[in-house]
Design a protein around this ligand. Structure first.
Ligand SMILES: C[S@@+](CC[C@H](N)C(=O)[O-])C[C@H]1O[C@@H](n2cnc3c(N)ncnc32)[C@H](O)[C@@H]1O
Length: 258
């Protein structure tokens, strides 16, 4: 399959650089979508994408795989809560937090809930970014299904969500604590001075080289003593190379005091 043409189209149309993604996995995803769209080759597929905006949007969703949920790997979030409390002292300071590749918002809102548990009514700064502007609109609406909130304890569900019909709507006082922005982890500049960066279930799609670049940039974007929380299959075996210390299997720390 002549993947180059599709790569060029995707870069031009959606500003996504597919050459940074693991090629075999991606090729399989593109091929399966193309077959389902009924296109016999790349040229026909690109023509279909150009003329059918609904298909184009579906293809973008398919490429970006924006699956998420509240308290994804709950035990790890509980562990993170402990580390935030012990090491970042949220009661004494206003924390700057980044949920990178935040998808539908379940992750940054989970962080806002954890912070509200630790320091009720205190406003920390939570930045939430994703490459996909469509999913960011979903995130800003903050309306979820039962399957998205299945890991949320009843007490938290009652406190932080409004239950209406089949939906769970995140309450405004939590919503207001998260700022959503479009950001590409590969191409865009990173902000600085974060106390906590949460980046989960996205780097698995990237080549090792791109992953290394991202971890270096995360390190530079963190304050001394800050934490990096990664996905449950994404422990960083070469963490020392970037200057991190291990705080737990999925949490890394930039040396120094906060
Ligand atoms: C599987 S979701 C992970 C969501 C959340 N972090 C979690 O763990 O539940 C992956 C997200 O990464 C986003 N993404 C893919 N490539 C990206 C890039 N280069 N920069 C920023 N976000 C990206 C996708 O749009 C998608 O929303």
């Amino acid at each position: 399959m002549e993947f180059k043409k599709i790569e060029q189209f995707v870069l031009k149309e959606y500003s996504i650089d597919l050459s940074a993604y693991k090629s075999k996995q991606l090729l399989r995803r593109v091929e399966s979508f193309m077959t389902r769209a009924g296109a016999k080759d790349e040229d026909e597929f690109i023509l279909k994408l150009k003329t059918d905006s609904a298909l184009s949007k579906k293809f973008l969703d398919h490429l970006t795989i924006n699956v998420s949920e509240f308290f994804r790997n709950k035990d790890l979030f509980l562990e993170l809560e402990g580390k935030i409390k012990e090491q970042l002292h949220p009661e004494k300071r206003t924390l700057k937090i980044w949920s990178a590749a935040c998808s539908n918002g379940a992750e940054p809102y989970t962080l806002a809930i954890i912070l509200d548990k630790l320091t009720p009514n205190k406003k920390h700064n939570i930045l939430a970014t994703d490459i996909d502007t469509t999913i960011l609109e979903v995130a800003k609406r903050g309306i979820y299904k039962q399957s998205d909130v299945k890991n949320v304890d009843n007490e938290l569900l009652n406190k932080y969500f409004q239950h209406k019909d089949d939906n769970y709507i995140i309450k405004d006082f939590i919503k207001e604590r998260v700022t959503f922005k479009k950001h590409d982890l590969i191409l865009d500049r990173y902000e600085n001075d974060f106390d906590l960066i949460v980046c989960r279930n996205v780097v698995i799609y990237f080549t090792q080289e791109i992953k290394n670049q991202i971890y270096k940039k995360f390190f530079n974007a963190m304050k001394p003593g800050a934490l990096l929380f990664v996905g449950a299959t994404e422990s960083i075996y070469n963490y020392k190379e970037f200057g991190f210390e291990k705080a737990s299997t999925f949490i890394y720390r930039k040396p120094g005091g906060v």
